[in-house]
Design a protein around this ligand. Sequence first.
Ligand code: SF4
Length: 491
Amino acid sequence: MFHISDCKKYTRCPRMFVFDQTAEKQPFQSFVRLDETVSDLAALKLGIKERFLGERGDAPEKALQAMEEYDWLIKARFEYDGLRIKVPFLHRTDEGWDIYFLFIGLYPQANDMQFYCDTVWVLENLGIQLHEYYLIHLNAEYVRGKYLDPAQLFCISDHFFNDRNHPSLTVETAIRRSRKDLSGMLREMENCTEETAGAPVRTSKCTGRQKCRYYERCFPEEEAVPYNSILTLSAAQYRYDMQKEGRLYLRDADPERIEGSRMQYAQIMADRNGGLFADRTGLRQWMADIQYPISCLDFEWERYAIPPYEGMRPFDVLPFEYSLHVMHENGEVDHRVFLSFHDDRRAFAERLLAELPETGTVMAYNANGAEMIRIRELAEQLPDLADRLLAVNERMKDLQTPFESGLVYDTRMHGLWSLKVIMSMMDDPGYNDLAIRQGMDAVFQWRQVDRSDPDADAEEIIEELKEYCGMDTYAMTVVYKWLQEITEEVH
Ligand code: SF4
């Protein structure tokens, strides 16, 4: 018996489907926090009182029997031809059953139709007459008051949305356009083995939005690619073709088949120069307006699907920690950390404003994509502090810029430019000895303490969180000094 998730994997790649059948199940840690049972909240929005509630492991006849007795079915399990589905909400009307798909997001798009189509395929093959098709999803405009209001938290739509969040196809039309008979695919899935799944073929499905967890298993030869391999050439469509032709290194790149970005130029020049490329004029210009004291700043935050505190919207974030290393012109460095649990946005913002020097440059790594956005959000939520918070953004400089724009490239970067990658090139143990080494691990650890998980060692986690966030800003001081040094080198 298969689930829709199996069909999705098989559609993406039969090898992935096969590997997943035997792989050890990994504990799921969601990037977005969801403490509430969303279907319970959605049921309040729909005004459901009497209902049948399906459960994991229900016999397939159970939901069919419940359709005789109840007008509302929630999470009912159905099966047809070896495919088992869970339907969020079904509602009896005089013309048939209305179906409500639950989407935990703001603007559902018709770009992932398999779940919707497969669900309808099973129901229709069971002879269930569907009438209207709806989506129940989170309301981007909702701002939580003191209490959560399910009536405002959700929207009910009969259409999907386009990239600009405008209404597009109706749900029914989108399903009718994409539907197909699944019987053939289900038979193929039953007979699929590693042999029949075929040899690995590298496609966008291997490295797309999320790298496939079996990538190293399919392409073990790539684990040992040298730092200056042609495969590290950033956003290069033809890098695998060039490698096959024997153009193994960055310096061998075919000028006719590269996109010609500044980053690619920096990478090729770094390999030709023995490992490092630095546009010293560009670096000097980038540094020209940096002033001491230099405040290196890093935030950690949690993102919530359902707003847990007053003034928050769906998918808003809650900053819970900052680290601040202040570099003075005389070489001295101060360090401060703020860490809190639950809702401490005001204390976070007030302490930050109190501890940041009133002058000088504020620096963050990926400031444009993270800290500056968090500061704007805090300014919106704390209007009395807004002017002072937004003034911090006026002094913000993004330390990632020299790396992502190709002003400097070291082949040890391997085509990447995260702070951890850059720090790994420095003569410093950096993140190596830390218990927490990734931002999401920090969030998962914080979550345990925030939820008062009885198995969590709160004191140890607090210490580790401080070390991790502190390392991010310490690393920035090291990286900035390195940039200064290479800029000052005479060539
Ligand atoms: S790496 Fe590519 S070929 Fe291998 S399982 Fe994943 S998607 Fe399939």
